[in-house]
Write a protein that binds this ligand. Structure first.
Ligand code: HEC
Length: 116
């Protein structure tokens, strides 16, 4: 019995190490995967439809990161970005900011007419 518990504990400990912080830094796709959430509102590839909410593609990484930190602390007013920003660690925000900065900014897309 004792052995089983020890084994289970060792396994749990191992898992917690495997899932620790460096995971984001080691995953080259972390920025892209995390940014997918932003694209639901900020447009595919970070270019929003009609520019609302603002496009994020190709903007300076440091500026994006700082804006997200300001949303987290509430320093910058927002309707929903406070909640959005709070879901990420600094490491994740860095990954998101660098990825968004690497994207090609495009002209804001005009909403297309419904294709019938
Ligand atoms: C549910 C829709 C939604 C999602 C998802 C979302 N945003 Fe936003 N974002 C907004 C809106 C709306 C604003 C305007 C500020 C406000 O009202 O909160 C905004 C504003 C911003 C701004 C400020 C832009 C400017 O020029 O003023 C940045 C930067 C930003 N979002 C980054 C992100 C990032 C990064 C993600 C993903 C982690 C994200 N947003 C996810 C809706 C969204």
């Amino acid at each position: 019995m004792k052995r089983t518990i020890t084994k289970a504990f060792a396994l749990a400990l191992l898992c917690s190490f495997l899932h620790a912080g460096p995971a984001v830094a080691q995953d080259p796709n972390a920025g892209r995967n995390l940014s997918a959430n932003c694209f639901t509102c900020h447009g595919t590839g970070g270019n929003s439809v009609g520019g609302v909410p603002p496009s994020l593609a190709g903007r300076a990484s440091a500026e994006l990161f700082q804006t997200m930190k300001d949303f987290q602390t509430g320093k910058r007013p927002a309707t929903i970005m406070h909640q959005q920003a709070k879901g990420y660690t600094d490491e994740q925000l860095q990954a998101i900011s660098s990825y968004l900065a690497s994207l090609k900014p495009g002209a804001p897309r005009v909403p297309s007419k419904a294709a019938n």
